[in-house]
Design a protein around this ligand. Sequence first.
Ligand code: K1U
Ligand code: ZN
Length: 181
Amino acid sequence: MTLRPILIHPDPRLKKVCEPVPEVNDEIRKLADDMLATMYDAPGIGLAGPQVGVMKRIFVMDCVKDKEAAPEPMVLINPEISWTSEETNVYEEGCLSIPDQYAEVTRPSEVRMKWLGLDGQSHEEQFDALWATCAQHEFDHLNGKLFIDYLGPMKRKMITRKMEKLKRERARAGATKDPIL
Ligand code: K1U
Ligand code: ZN
């Protein structure tokens, strides 16, 4: 498997609606493998296609908190939300495309999703707790929505400016091969 570079906001690809996956084939299985490896390496608990520049409706997640416990990698292809709870939950979210920035986001505390698995079969499951938050965060990525879109314009602009600065610094460090950044 290959670690894929993660796009950093602002990037037009992170604002686009992704296309459905027409067929679960070897290319998609390789993509899913790469995405899981990239997510664990980051480290993160989720990763969506557009974050690695692939504009397809696929995301991976593993929200097992206990580092000693067995991993529970999940791959959701063409996910659909079939139900959301009325009860909401607030979680301080982060995003691998917006490094080191966190903010409280309110979302339904439980969500039911349908998707295609790597076996090409249809799956349906109800998620709660961090799994529900992460699944919705990743689902949003497939529709070009970031967690900062739930914030007020001032906070969103401030975070976007920080990310623009980070990208400039990374580009400069890459150009000069500065090992610090
Ligand atoms: O989609 C992403 O950018 C991944 C993101 C998922 C997410 C985090 C928090 C709430 C909702 C969705 C991350 O994984 S950010 C990193 C993170 O949360 C984390 C990293 C290491 C250990 C535990 C969590
Ligand atoms: Zn994210």
